[in-house]
Design a protein around this ligand. Structure first.
Ligand SMILES: Cc1cc2nc3c(=O)[nH]c(=O)nc-3n(C[C@H](O)[C@H](O)[C@H](O)COP(=O)(O)OP(=O)(O)OC[C@H]3O[C@@H](n4cnc5c(N)ncnc54)[C@H](O)[C@@H]3O)c2cc1C
Length: 402
């Protein structure tokens, strides 16, 4: 057994775990954060961070560190539907741009920030068991690389261990709003693929792709096709990846002149919400809420969870009777905030052509810069789809178009 009892042990040290550990440590709590990875470490994920996520980095005093890595800012989101393109600004005056930082850079920066805040970080530490005593989570068991099994105890164990969360498996939380895989996505990196500060999205029937500038002059290009084509296409990812660009000749020309600098990576994910708390445990990030990556919301959502959960835990540490109320509020705030985006994401992930009334709306948005900015902000998680697609706002857009 280790010597210390912690206030919190966080399992997983990426976008959800390190910020949770950092925020708790900054409040003076004794925190242990463990991850089986050694950082810098890559993971199967593209990495667009929308302006609300950038805003969180700024609040935490970490944005300057990110910009110092030379990651190019993205000030425009463009959506090419074939006949027309909607292009707008995704951010707000306070947080005007997005970034697409490599996870090797972003996650390392977050781990370091947790450590600087005073959290004890153990890399290459694998959790093999969640300790449960009298129906309450009391700690973890696990080991360093090749090391002995140790037990560490804490008032609360936070599962920031991704969508296959071991913490969630151990506590079996209620799972709701479940949907199976909808889309599969594959990505790689290109040099000499000019992209001027834009997150470019192309939507075609049963096909979609996106490009964004990242570190080292590279451009990330991610494509998607419906999950029902997974088996048919999995043996020729490159052929299917390249073929879809024929539907956008200008982009096809551009990528023909570019050089692929990495192997293809890809996957498909299930969609679900989990109740994110119970006696002695909490869940943040993908462990508690997972959705298709087509709208690139995961990192931004993980940052929001970290803040909400750390605030709730802070309340309950000072008054243990308030755990249930504080965590219930965390869950309610999360669910209320993400539900419209979850529905939007699941719909976009089908890669079905927009229904006729949506196509009419897109026609009315086209050329109206305010409305195009509004559409970009929906896709950036700044404005709720419920608000943008409200009767009142749609009425305004159609009125401006006549
Ligand atoms: C193909 C793809 C593309 C994506 N594109 C984007 C995008 O462009 N923008 C965006 O915002 N989001 C994107 N996402 C989603 C994003 O990757 C996740 O939402 C985000 O990584 C969630 O962070 P997390 O910290 O919750 O979990 P994770 O990033 O999954 O981190 C979990 C960590 O827990 C550790 N861990 C797990 N189990 C154990 C254990 N037993 N012991 C020790 N450590 C453990 C793992 O090693 C890992 O480091 C994408 C996802 C996929 C799959």
């Amino acid at each position: 057994m280790g010597q210390d009892r912690y206030d919190a042990i966080v399992v997983g040290a990426r976008c959800a775990g390190s910020p949770t550990a950092m925020l708790l440590a900054r409040k003076g709590y004794r925190v242990l954060v463990v991850d089986r990875a050694k950082f810098p470490s890559d993971t199967t994920s593209t990495h667009l961070v929308h302006p609300p996520g950038v805003s969180a980095l700024n609040r935490w005093g970490l944005l300057d560190r990110l910009t110092a890595t030379g990651c190019p800012p993205i000030d425009t989101y463009s959506f090419d539907f074939g006949p027309f393109t909607l292009a707008g600004a995704p951010g707000t005056d306070d947080s005007p741009v997005a970034y697409c930082p490599r996870r090797t850079v972003l996650d390392k920066l977050l781990v370091d920030a947790a450590s600087e805040a005073g959290a004890e970080v153990r890399e290459e530490f694998t959790v093999t068991e969640i300790v449960i005593e009298d129906g309450r989570v009391a700690g973890i068991r696990g080991h360093d690389k090749g090391g002995e099994i140790v037990t560490e105890l804490a008032d609360v164990v936070v599962g920031a261990d991704g969508r296959y969360s071991r913490v969630a498996k151990a506590v079996g939380p209620e799972q709701y709003n479940e949907r199976p895989q909808i889309l599969c996505g594959y990505y790689t990196y290109w040099s000499d693929l000019p992209n001027a500060g834009t997150f470019e999205v192309y939507t075609r029937t049963r096909r979609g792709w996106a490009a964004a500038p990242t570190h080292d002059g590279l451009t990330l290009v991610v494509v998607g096709w419906p999950f029902d084509e997974f088996d048919a296409n999995k043996d020729d990812v490159e052929g299917n990846y390249m073929k879809m660009f024929e539907d956008a000749p200008e982009f096809a020309d551009r990528i023909r002149g570019a050089k692929r600098e990495a192997r293809f990576a890809g996957t498909a994910v299930e969609n679900f919400f989990r109740k994110p708390y119970g006696p002695g445990w909490a869940l943040v990030g993908d462990a508690g809420y997972n959705k298709d990556f087509v709208t690139a919301m995961g990192i931004t959502d993980a940052f929001r969870d970290a803040e909400l959960c750390a605030t709730a835990l802070d309340h309950s540490f000072s008054d243990p009777r308030s755990f249930e109320t504080a965590m219930e509020e965390y869950q309610a705030t999360r669910d209320e905030h993400v539900l419209p985006m979850y529905e939007f994401t699941c719909e976009v992930a089908t890669l079905e052509p927009p229904p006729p009334e949506m196509q009419q709306l897109f026609g009315a948005i086209h050329g109206n810069q305010d409305a195009m900015d509004g559409f970009a902000r929906v896709n950036a998680g700044v404005t709720s789809p419920a608000e943008f697609f409200s009767d009142q706002n749609i009425g305004r857009i159609f009125a401006a178009a006549t």
